[in-house]
Design a protein around this ligand. Structure first.
Ligand SMILES: Cc1cc2nc3c(=O)[nH]c(=O)nc-3n(C[C@H](O)[C@H](O)[C@H](O)COP(=O)(O)OP(=O)(O)OC[C@H]3O[C@@H](n4cnc5c(N)ncnc54)[C@H](O)[C@@H]3O)c2cc1C
Length: 429
């Protein structure tokens, strides 16, 4: 049974709602993609651009999952980067660091180019502010700045003192900041739908309200829904934290964590400008952080907190309000018009998981809350793998991951414990 879109700001401001048919009958394509979020749709665009016949099969609506619920922040902080460099050193030697550094920004280029090429209206804006929650965190911002300068990004970053912060944000909360002019923020659902329409214009078949219930992999693979079947040379599983397919191989690898997000009533443009004068997206330096930004229609979209029980929170607005009002006391009592939750796919070592369930069934998942840019990078790597350029795919597929094969509930408890440890350690940072 398919589910409607959630009560998010994004869904209330979709440019043009999708209306793709349910899959019925038998169809033959080159590649069938299960899941119509960023991963699935980005992979489809790449393949269609290379001339492949592709079908996307989505259980609900395009962009229904985490893609339609996130903070819309396109960040260069790749999840699992340190662990990734460590593992890649075996294969790439001293080039590992540069490989990961380049990867940080690859998703930005893909998104920017695609938005321009297909004229996708998704409120794309530039600028992130990473804020020091404690004075002791300023050192970490300095290290990030130094590393970026080492890679020639000097002109795109600026370290800000506490005194310089009011030019960017009107809160007494922080002790300094790092401005990044390359990072972006955008309307996620409009981007994803825009990309789906781009894939469609290149010949992709798109089906909504069509949950895949079975995958049969032989020489060709067949995915089955309630009313139809698609046979293809390859299948890409792109259901991330929302799918339960191929459990034998994938059980215990990815853990769903529920993240909350909300958007206030519309502010006047003066109020909005007073809060975040340069319209940058903001997040702080804590392990469990607040992240927020203005929307195109002048709301404050505010997210934070993580629930590792694998279940959604019941009252997100009440949970987020104290942090929102602590950040901006001038918004005390403001009406919160949209509140929603979404499942992010958390990986224990935070490295995105790419691999094969069988010879022709690929999977791609687990960006640990950093998926807007990463899903686009992985879409490119998946598409390359399918057309036979497997170098980067193999680098990821061969990375080692901790697996807790018993039950996802145990994994979520382990994650919750781990996060509690980090929260305690936070006091000593
Ligand atoms: C609240 C929240 C805030 C976030 N904020 C940010 C942020 O600011 N910046 C950032 O970089 N990342 C952020 N993320 C993470 C980011 O949104 C995700 O990493 C990214 O959207 C994952 O995309 P995806 O396509 O892999 O998965 P999803 O978007 O979850 O898509 C999976 C799709 O698969 C479909 N599906 C599942 N099972 C089946 C099936 N059997 N048959 C057919 N279809 C199926 C689902 O319906 C769903 O639409 C956030 C996540 C959340 C939840």
């Amino acid at each position: 049974m398919s589910q409607p879109r959630c009560n998010s700001y994004y869904n209330a401001t979709i440019n043009t709602e999708t209306d793709y048919p349910e899959l019925e009958g038998d169809i033959r394509v080159d590649v069938v993609i299960v899941g119509g979020g960023f991963t699935g749709v980005a992979t489809a665009v790449e393949l269609c651009e290379k001339g492949y016949k592709v079908a996307i099969v989505e259980a609900n609506k395009i962009g229904w999952g985490a893609t339609g619920r996130n903070g819309g922040q396109v960040t260069g902080s790749l999840s699992g980067d340190t662990a990734m460099i460590k593992q890649l050193r075996n294969k790439l030697g001293t080039d590992a660091e540069q490989f990961v550094w380049n990867m940080r920004w690859r998703g930005h280029e893909i998104i920017k180019t695609r938005v321009k090429k297909y004229a996708i209206e998704c409120d794309l804006k530039y600028g992130h502010l990473h804020t020091a929650y404690k004075t002791s965190h300023i050192n970490e911002l300095q290290q990030t700045y130094d590393e970026a300068c080492k890679h020639g990004m000097d002109s795109e970053l600026e370290l800000l003192t506490k005194e310089q912060l009011p030019e960017y944000i009107n809160t007494p909360l922080y002790h300094g900041g790092l401005l990044n002019k390359r990072n972006m923020h955008l309307h996620s659902v409009n981007l994803c739908i825009g990309e789906a329409r781009a894939a469609e214009s290149l010949g992709a078949l798109i089906f909504e309200n069509s949950a895949v219930i079975d995958i049969d992999d032989g020489v060709l693979a067949t995915v089955t829904t309630a009313k139809g079947k698609i046979t293809a040379n390859s299948v890409v599983l792109a259901g991330n934290a929302y799918h339960k397919l191929a459990r034998k191989k994938l059980r215990g690898m990815l853990f769903p964590a529920s993240l909350g997000n909300c958007a206030t009533a519309q502010l006047t443009s003066e109020q909005a400008h007073d809060l975040i004068p340069k319209d940058v997206a903001v997040y702080d330096t804590r392990f469990v952080l607040d992240y927020y930004r203005l929307t195109a229609d002048n709301r404050l979209m505010f997210g934070g907190g993580t629930n590792y029980s694998g279940r959604d929170s019941k009252n997100v607005a009440n949970e987020l309000r104290p942090a929102l009002e602590r950040t901006f006391p001038q918004l005390r009592g403001i009406n919160i018009e949209y509140e929603w939750t979404g499942m992010a796919g958390i990986v224990l070592n935070r490295i995105p998981q790419l691999g094969k369930v069988s010879n022709n069934v690929f999977y791609c998942q687990g960006y640990s809350g950093h998926g807007v840019a990463t899903s686009h990078i992985m879409g490119e790597i998946m598409a390359n793998a399918i057309i036979g350029e497997q170098l980067e795919f193999n680098l990821f597929a061969e990375m080692s991951h901790l697996r807790i094969p018993l039950n996802e509930w145990f994994g979520n408890q382990a994650l919750a414990l781990g996060m509690m440890y980090y929260k305690v350690m936070e006091n000593f940072r």
